[in-house]
Write a new protein. Structure first.
Length: 665
């Protein structure tokens, strides 16, 4: 909305005033704002006018010498009296209007004080011309001093009246009176008119200045509003990524310049996509707003700011003194959201409320320090927090091998791993307990550095998933396993681990179909192992992808059953061909309680009609236990360790699926 002058000025002056009162108030404001300048101008003007007035004594000596002593005395008395009066008013802090009246009085007194003795001169002709200079007093009232128009008009009128009175007594020539009277009257009219215009111009300048201030204020307000808008997330009202990046840079400069430590917290709302899909986007927005407000409130007692970093991710920046301060802030962020108890019924991890995962990093002396590195560390910590079950806090630990700088090297290495032949597959045997034969293998990926050093899968697989390199690596693993094992009939079946990211990727099933066609093998001898982990979200796209894979004949196995909360619901949604029970249940199965637990799990799966594979067999006792429980298949170091493809049966003597015998050359 456009502001008007009245909108800007009048609220400061009055309420409910009429237009006439508004004009008066503006005039008063004009006088008040000009008050200091007017007081200075009055003082300077009088101190200039009085010496000039006294200098005219020289003209008195030249034109009316006979009465010059009297006019000079009058000039001196009036001038000194005017200056003394003004200075006394200034010391007494008199009103500016009173000072104007004093100056106007001094001007009129100066004219009358000089005129009365001057009219007594015998130099009538000289005086008849000299009287013209009386117009100077009229001009002074109207033009020299900055009187308001009424005071100027009053003072100049008195000067005019005084002149006409003196003229009627001093000179009886009617033509002289008409000529000089017309001159005085013209001076009066013209100077009064100019004075009126000047006063109006001063007032208009004041109004223009006020309007300029209004426009400047509006421009500043608009600029501040636009700046706030450009730095504010429209949904939550928190600072947006642009504003947070600016704050990050300021904090970083403060740390590099004066070592003012600060920490970065990345906060992610757990299972928010599932919440959004189930409750709807409006409820999802309300959820983010509530979480944002709660997080902002929770940081109130810390020297911290929080913003929305994108989607369901927030970022907080806080100064700290000790590492415990960081842990306290992170835990505060987590607990305050959990304490909201905002219902989330679609979670599958045993928690039914909205929670957040928090990853934190902090400034510390280290070589090649970079702000981007600090953010990357917080992101890694957040990834670990989510991988460890969510609703948890992880502080970046530079001593953790998962967080070492080598992970950055690994991330870069994964982009060239296939091209440089740095990845390979090893195969771990899968034994059928009924036939006591090896009837399949699990393909396991291995990665080595350029110097030949092996990188543990526990390190490079999460990095590949986080960076997206798992897509190319996963397809490479499927193709390689088909070429090395299935096409050469080394084994009846080969299983390959599939990342949830792959199943969520559009076109994954089509890519697998293309690989099977290129290699020339059947999908019936290929199995995909899906891990029961929290990263897996059984949405419609994933279920559709699994259905397409099964259409290709590919077997779908559930890996690590029992390690998460999703397994039972998955058994209901997906017709798995085989369920692999996690090795932890087998290791606990050597105790009575653990054996009972293992038996219950086996019974549950068997009732669903799935084949059962138990992994982690490391001793003969464990193998005998599984035989006792009538398990279908087993896997583990006792059965066979992972080995390269050349350790399997020779391609020239392929495996016979029905008999398990070596085909003669």
């Amino acid at each position: 909305m456009k502001h008007t002058l009245a909108n800007f000025v009048e609220p400061r002056l009055q309420t409910g005033s009429s237009p006439q009162r508004s004009s008066v108030s503006l005039r008063d404001l004009f006088l008040r704002e000009a008050d200091v300048k007017r007081r200075t101008a009055i003082r300077q003007g009088l101190w200039i006018a009085v010496p000039v007035y006294l200098l005219f004594s020289l003209t008195d000596l030249l034109l009316i010498p006979d009465v010059a002593p009297h006019t000079m005395f009058a000039r001196f008395v009036v001038g000194i009296a005017a200056l003394l009066t003004l200075e006394m008013q200034i010391r007494a802090n008199a009103k500016t209007g009173h000072m104007d009246i004093a100056c106007a009085t001094a001007l009129l007194g100066g004219y009358i004080g000089w005129l009365m003795p001057a009219m007594m001169t015998s130099y009538v002709t000289n005086m008849s011309y000299y009287m013209v200079f009386g117009a100077i007093f009229m001009m002074g009232a109207n033009l020299f001093f900055t009187f308001n128009f009424k005071l100027s008009l009053c003072a100049s009128s008195l000067v005019l009246v005084t002149y006409f009175v003196a003229l009627s007594y001093f000179h009886e020539d009617i033509y002289y009176q008409i000529a000089f009277g017309t001159f005085y009257l013209s001076c009066f009219v013209f100077t009064s008119y100019v004075n009126l215009r000047l006063n109006r111009e001063r007032y208009q300048v004041f109004l223009n200045a006020i309007e300029a201030k209004v426009q400047q204020r509006e421009a500043e307000d608009r600029g501040e509003a636009l700046l706030r808008l450009s730095n504010t997330d429209p949904l939550t009202g928190l600072e947006n990524r642009r504003a947070i990046d600016s704050r990050l840079r300021q904090l970083w400069d403060g740390w590099t310049g004066a070592e003012h430590n600060f920490a970065v917290f990345l906060i992610d709302v757990d299972f928010f996509k599932k919440y959004n899909d189930y409750y709807g986007h409006q409820e999802g927005d309300r959820c983010l707003i509530q979480v944002a407000q709660t997080l902002e409130t929770s940081l109130g007692r810390y020297d911290a700011v929080i913003g929305r970093y994108g989607g369901e991710e927030f970022i907080a920046l806080a100064r700290f003194r000790t590492q415990k301060d960081i842990e306290d802030i992170a835990e505060t962020l987590r607990t305050t959201v959990e304490d909201m108890a905002l219902v989330h019924e679609r979670r599958r991890d045993g928690t039914s409320v909205i929670t957040v995962s928090v990853g934190a990093s902090y400034t510390r002396p280290q070589p090649d320090s970079k702000l981007e590195r600090l953010i990357n560390e917080a992101d890694r910590a957040l990834y670990l927090a989510k991988a460890n079950g969510r609703n948890t806090v992880k502080l970046f630990n530079p001593n953790d091998p998962h967080n070492s700088d080598d992970t950055e090297n690994v991330a870069a290495l994964l982009n060239i791993a296939i091209e440089k032949d740095l990845v390979s597959l090893v195969y771990q045997p899968i034994k059928n307990l009924s036939s006591d034969r090896i009837e399949g293998v699990e393909a396991l990926m291995r990665l080595r550095l350029l110097d030949g050093t092996l990188v543990p899968p526990s390190i490079f697989i999460p990095i590949a998933e986080r960076t997206g390199a798992i897509m190319d690596l996963g397809l490479w693993a499927v193709r390689t396993a088909c070429q090395q094992v299935i096409r050469c009939d080394r084994m009846a079946v080969v299983s390959v681990n599939v990342s949830p990211i792959q199943l969520k990727s559009p076109g994954f099933a089509t890519s697998i179909a293309a690989i099977l066609g290129d290699v020339g093998v059947s999908g019936g001898r290929l199995a995909f192992e899906i891990t029961e982990g929290l990263e897996m979200d059984m949405n419609s796209d994933v279920l559709r992808c699994i259905s397409d894979l099964k259409t290709l004949g590919i077997k779908i196995w559930l890996d690590d059953f029992g390690t998460g909360f999703a397994g039972l619901s998955w058994l209901r949604l997906i017709d798995f061909d085989t369920v692999k029970i996690d090795k932890s249940f087998l290791h606990d199965g050597m105790t009575p309680r653990g054996k009972a637990m293992l038996s219950d799990i086996i019974g549950l799966i068997r009732n669903r009609g799935h084949k059962i594979l138990v992994e982690g067999v490391e001793t003969a006792e464990q193998l005998e236990l599984l035989k006792e429980l009538r398990i279908d298949q087993v896997q583990g170091y006792y059965v066979g360790r992972p080995a390269p493809v050349d350790k399997l049966r020779d391609c020239s003597a392929p495996y016979l699926p029905r008999t398990g015998l070596m085909r003669p050359a």
